[in-house]
Design a protein around this ligand. Structure first.
Ligand SMILES: Nc1ncnc2c1ncn2[C@@H]1O[C@H](COP(=O)(O)OP(=O)(O)O)[C@@H](O)[C@H]1O
Ligand SMILES: [Mg+2]
Length: 255
């Protein structure tokens, strides 16, 4: 199922949010969001600060309860109002702006922890898998380094490898490069691009317009809790229909 980058419309949906709503203390923050993501698609979520992008992503990850609508993952209910969201134990990988590595564990130990604890993978197998993942993110020689010995970009690549170690069917990224210096941003985006090209299903909040334009199959623009624009990158960038999208793109692209 992960062999195409641009999935046809009939492709099975890995993720499906319908009428998703989330409020904090009665204040709606995510409003009536419909988002169906077929297998193999890369979706870039753009929008101004405070638009509700992170909140939406956490709802899609099952990290927050929702007040209306529903979220399904691989056809199974992930979240609905009035119940605790279901955890899919690593089948949904999440990478945050702050890398959140365990500071007292090496790169290798960070990556093997969940497979060993949650999946019961044996040490040798978990370490072999982790080493292969470190090679994939370009860090095989850093396996025994602690997070403080790694640059931000290296830490973020370890965080991606850690999520991949659980063999996720969906990867969610929340501004994965926003805390990085520009020289490290590129290496993290390269890892994400490889993942996309290998057919991973991805939803990423990002301010990297080049990534959204070149790598994403689809761009979603959020304002005030709502998705106001949803289409392929070229269409959203060159022919935005929403006034706020136009303003945002003008500001950020300086056009
Ligand atoms: N845990 C929370 N409690 C209360 N309000 C929150 C919480 N998290 C986010 N918000 C509010 O929800 C709105 C959307 O925030 P967020 O999802 O972080 O937006 P974005 O990621 O687009 O910048 C903001 O007004 C923010 O203050
Ligand atoms: Mg955010």
């Amino acid at each position: 199922m992960n062999d195409t980058t641009v999935a046809p419309p009939s492709a099975p949906r890995v993720l499906e949010a319908c009428g998703l709503g989330r409020s904090y203390h009665g204040k709606p923050v995510v409003i009536d969001v419909d988002l169906a993501v077929p297998a193999g698609q890369t979706v870039a979520v753009l929008g101004p600060s405070g638009a509700g992008k992170s909140t939406m992503l956490r709802c899609l990850a099952g990290l927050e309860p929702i007040q209306s609508g529903s979220v399904a993952f691989q056809g199974d209910t992930l979240a609905k109002p009035g119940t605790k969201p279901r955890s899919f134990a690593g089948r949904i990988g999440m990478v945050f702006q702050q890398f959140n590595l365990f500071p007292h564990l090496t790169a290798l130990e960070n990556i093997t922890l969940a497979p060993r604890r949650v999946r019961g993978t044996g040490r040798e197998k978990a370490e072999a898998d982790a080493f292969a993942l470190l090679e994939r993110v370009g860090l095989p020689e850093h396996r025994n380094h602690y997070p403080y010995e790694l640059s931000g970009g290296q830490q973020q690549r370890v965080a991606i490898a850690r999520a991949l170690a659980m063999r996720p069917e969906l990867m969610l990224f929340d501004e994965p490069t926003s805390a990085l210096d520009p020289e490290f941003t590129r290496e993290v985006l390269a890892v994400m691009r490889n993942l996309a090209e290998e057919g991973m299903t991805i939803v990423t909040v990002t301010h990297e317009m080049e990534f959204a334009r070149r790598t994403a199959d689809r761009v979603v623009f959020m304002v005030d809790g709502r998705i106001v624009e949803d289409g392929n990158a070229e269409a959203v960038f060159t022919r935005p229909t929403n006034e706020r999208t136009k303003q945002f793109l003008q500001q950020i692209l300086g056009e």
